[in-house]
Design a protein around this ligand. Structure first.
Ligand SMILES: [Zn+2]
Length: 293
């Protein structure tokens, strides 16, 4: 996907502060680990083990100092992947703001929080794991991105997920996190959390619905920018989506498939959700996943 030029005035971006070590892998990690794992032929359980290893190493290194005087330009020009993430955010803002305006909905930009390898202190979600990869914090509207994460993945995949080859896979992940932001500012996220509290037995099924809607919304972004898509992007996105379902993860880790434990949806469901968004380019089409909630 050719994102083209952007100006840092179009986006909100800041450097993340370091925090105490925290456990767990974020949904962005699972997404990207499995893209690397299955699309590029690495065993998913191995990939996740490697990510956990990176996380432990970083936890041992501990918090790193944070510069406070860096500008948005500094942050976005710090690396090719940081620049790509900033360009993606500008494109996502340009795509979603008019959709909200047309529907008389209040729009607010998310903030891209680029942080160095190590634990990160979020403003609204406590401390997060350095290996969380891209994740979204609803309380502070931040899309948190460890700036070395895509480099680590490029190394792990033997550079197969680096550069233009991994472009759409990485953008799909950022579009997915932005989808969680859309869910937040439209109130869907709050409704879902209330519904989960009211019906804990259905909490996991509801979480799957939210993840699939975020996949669909990532697809809407790509679908509204068809002119920027390059040959192979659609296929790469579909292959990524088909490769990162919870069933693939379960098989890769040697566990039996158990739909009750799914939190992101099956490969087939994710592929279908991305396709639905891409082909319709219509936000309303993505409501199908949450209608039953
Ligand atoms: Zn997610």
């Amino acid at each position: 996907m050719r994102l083209g030029p952007f100006d840092t005035s179009e986006i909100k971006v800041r450097q993340g502060g370091s925090g105490r070590a925290a456990g767990g892998l974020g949904c962005g990690t699972i997404v990207i680990a499995l893209i690397a794992a299955v699309v590029f032929g690495v065993d998913p359980s191995q990939t996740l083990q490697m990510l956990e290893g990176i996380q432990q190493q970083q936890s041992q290194i501990g918090p790193t100092s944070t510069q406070t005087n860096v500008t948005a330009d500094d942050l976005c020009n710090a690396s090719a992947y940081a620049n790509e993430a900033c360009a993606a955010l500008a494109s996502l803002n340009r795509t979603w703001a008019p959709v909200f305006a047309r529907n008389n909905l209040r729009f607010e930009q998310p903030e891209l929080v680029l942080y160095p390898s190590g634990p990160v202190a979020t403003r609204g979600c406590g401390n997060a794991s350095s290996a969380a990869g891209p994740f979204y914090c609803p309380a502070d509207m931040g899309i948190y991105l460890d700036t070395t994460f895509f480099d680590q993945l490029a190394r792990m995949s033997g550079a197969r997920i680096s550069g233009s080859q991994g472009n759409f896979a990485r953008l799909y992940v950022i579009g997915h996190e932005y989808g969680h932001h859309i869910q937040n500012i439209t109130g869907i996220n709050q409704q879902l959390r209330a519904a989960q509290r009211a019906n804990p037995q259905a909490a996991n099924r509801m979480q799957v619905a939210m993840e699939l809607q975020a996949d669909c919304l990532a697809g809407v972004w790509a679908g509204k920018n068809r002119d920027l898509l390059e040959a192979g992007d659609l296929e790469a996105g579909m292959m990524a989506a088909s490769s990162i379902g919870d069933d693939t993860l379960s098989q890769g880790s040697g566990r039996a498939i158990n739909p009750e434990n799914f939190t992101h949806g099956s490969s087939q469901q994710r592929m279908e959700a991305l396709r639905r968004g891409l082909e319709s380019a219509n936000m309303a089409e993505c409501n199908v996943y949450i209608q039953a909630i």
